[in-house]
Ligand binder design. Structure first.
Ligand code: ZN
Ligand code: ZN
Length: 357
């Protein structure tokens, strides 16, 4: 466990009067002790931490995991309960966002009321939000791969080429350059399909006069990149071209405003108010952005409903958009890290308007 992770978890234990925290979320487990496998558990106490897995992961965990104790189980929930019982604990926290109702019932049944299970929600969500320099380095590497792969395939963005072809070539380039996997199903939305904020690549062929929105990313050692560009192909309709400028301005205003101490809802409002004042408020239906790290979407949400403050070390996206039914859309997205006095963009593809011939 990193020093900052350990301090964070210790604070959660103190705040909620807990004896231990049980993790089953694989990204949290990876963060806490380095395990990259697909099944396991992790128990945190300030004195000792435990990593639990089945025999398939014995060798892997020996190589990867930093925890004071490794336990091999036949049944995960039996072993979690046994470990906690042996320690004589009274109150044990679990990740309420991850543990299912039936899993909680299993744990409760097996622990026979020896201790109380406490659902932890808001207190645990920020666990991974402040990135270390090592994490920032990996996020930067992933963002750099985005730019390198994009410039390799940019020549394909032209009339007659399908959205799927662009998505595939982009994914291939990212993998070939060293990315682990695609971060999500790439969005390549051209022409009227740009009106769908999550229009995954289709067989539609790009036409002259289209806007093409491409939202893509990869992973380096588990850490994601996330970036969206919108560009024109040929001469784009005047109204849509203006929509681009409105979205870009909203993006630039939010990029200029993101700094430590800023309330996330206020940052969302910076971009949203600009889009509203231009008359397109009804066509920007999603939040301004999200945290990025081991998960492509993680705490904090950059939305009107999140009143937490930005802190130095947080990595978030800024991604305003306008989506006009039957006509098309524009989204522009960068991933940034909050610094001591402002922010720095990790993603590097320029976002100003460009039209490819
Ligand atoms: Zn994205
Ligand atoms: Zn995003």
């Amino acid at each position: 466990m990193t020093v900052s992770g350990s301090l964070f978890c210790t604070k959660v234990l103190t705040t909620l009067s807990l004896d231990a925290l049980v993790f089953i979320d694989l990204k949290n487990i990876r963060y806490c002790c380095g395990f990259t496998g697909t099944d396991g558990a992790y128990i945190f106490t300030p004195q000792v931490d435990y990593f639990l897995s089945d025999s398939r992961y014995l060798e892997q965990s020996r190589q990867e995991v930093s925890a004071s104790s490794h336990i091999c189980y036949q049944n995960k929930f039996d072993e979690i309960v046994k470990t906690l019982s042996d320690l004589g604990f009274k109150r044990v926290g679990f990740e309420a966002d991850t543990l299912s109702v039936s899993q909680l019932q299993e744990l409760t049944k097996r622990s026979k009321k020896q201790f109380e299970w406490v659902a932890v929600t808001d207190d645990i969500r920020p666990l991974r939000s402040l990135k270390t320099s090592t994490e920032l380095d990996l996020l930067q590497q992933a963002a750099d791969l985005n730019a390198a792969a994009y410039y390799e395939i940019e020549h394909l963005i032209k009339p007659g080429v399908s959205e799927k072809k662009i998505a595939f070539e982009l994914e291939y380039a990212l993998r070939r350059l060293g990315g682990e996997d695609r971060a999500f199903d790439f969005i390549v939305a051209s022409g009227p399909r740009g009106a769908m904020p999550h229009g995954v690549a289709s067989q539609r062929l790009i036409e002259s006069g289209d806007f093409v929105t491409i939202d893509f990313g990869t992973r380096v050692e588990g850490y994601h990149s996330d970036e969206t560009i919108t560009l024109g192909v040929g001469e784009v309709d005047h109204d849509l071209r203006q929509v681009f400028d409105i979205v870009l301005k909203a993006h630039d205003l939010a990029m200029a405003a993101a700094a430590p101490g800023v309330i996330l809802a206020d940052l969302d409002a910076v971009a949203r108010d600009h889009i509203k004042s231009a008359g397109y408020g009804d066509y920007f239906g999603h939040g301004l952005g999200h945290g990025v790290g081991l998960d492509i979407h993680e705490y904090p949400a950059v939305s009107g409903r999140c009143f937490d403050q930005l802190q130095e070390g947080m990595v978030i996206t800024i991604e305003p958009g306008i989506y006009l039914p039957d006509r098309g859309g524009v989204r522009i997205e960068d991933t940034i890290v909050i610094t001591d006095c402002g922010n720095r963009a990790l993603t590097k593809i320029p976002k100003k308007y460009r039209a490819l011939a």
